[in-house]
Design a protein around this ligand. Structure first.
Ligand SMILES: [Zn+2]
Length: 250
């Protein structure tokens, strides 16, 4: 259950209260995070509140952590280029500065499960659908024979996919069921609209947007998990279908 979230001015009030003592205790460390401090001070996530509230049930045990603080903490994690949640959770636990900049009380910071629960709430896809996709067996990954040289790009797995999507969009087909729509809406309302209001995007109707892709690291094994019985029969190299814990990673 979630009744309400802390608004941005209340978060700024929290920082005003906490930062002076932190500046006395760890002045140099705090100074080293000045760009992150500016970021969280300016990043007003109030537009995300009405978007996140419906993702929590109206009854039951109250949520321990404010989702806006979790979101801000993830922005901070990305800004500091921390590659994974487990590492970030450990850093928050031991670092007062990072906890406070996220909006948490020091020594009362979220665990790994809390962040993953937040991800599930933000990813608008049916849980059974995800589970079934994970259970589905797929052929083993064929590794390329030649190692890639540094700077060399991966060959496109789905050539022409962008063209096909543009065609569909021009035909008026909406992409309204995409699971990432809530995250995109939060970004649009909190960052893009704010940038327009500040005049950083002078003519939003003539805006051109370019996209690019980049490989992301995933925790799951690219080789998949064997579910066949070949190994028991002495065959270690087989090409039976396998299970992949992160089917979205390819
Ligand atoms: Zn096999």
């Amino acid at each position: 259950m979630l009744l309400t979230c802390r608004c941005h001015s209340e978060f700024q009030q929290f920082l005003r209260k906490r930062l002076p003592s932190l500046a006395l205790l760890e002045p140099i460390r705090l100074l080293s995070f000045s760009s992150q401090l500016a970021k969280v001070w300016l990043l007003n996530l109030d537009p995300a509140i009405p978007l996140l509230l419906p993702r929590y049930s109206a009854s039951g045990r109250p949520a321990v952590f404010d989702p806006i603080d979790l979101l801000r903490s993830l922005v901070l994690m990305t800004s500091l280029k921390v590659p994974g949640i487990s590492q970030w959770v450990a850093m928050l636990k031991h670092d007062k500065v990072l906890a406070i900049l996220s909006g948490f009380e020091p020594h009362k910071t979220p665990g790994v499960g809390t962040f993953y629960d937040f991800f599930h709430r933000c990813w608008l896809e049916d849980r059974t659908k995800i589970r079934n996709r994970r259970r589905k067996l797929r052929p083993p990954l064929v590794r390329p024979k030649d190692r890639m040289k540094s700077g060399q790009k991966l060959t496109p797995k789905h050539p022409g996919v962008v063209g096909r999507m543009v065609k569909r969009a021009l035909q008026g087909r909406s992409f309204s069921l995409r699971p990432e729509r809530l995250i995109q809406l939060i970004f649009a309302r909190s960052c893009v609209n704010r940038s327009i209001a500040l005049g950083l995007i002078p003519d939003p109707l003539a805006l051109m947007v370019a996209g690019d892709g980049s490989p992301l690291r995933t925790g799951s094994s690219p080789a998949g998990v064997k579910v066949c019985h070949c190994r028991e029969q002495g065959t270690f190299l087989c090409s039976c279908p396998r299970r992949y814990s992160d089917p979205d990673a390819s």
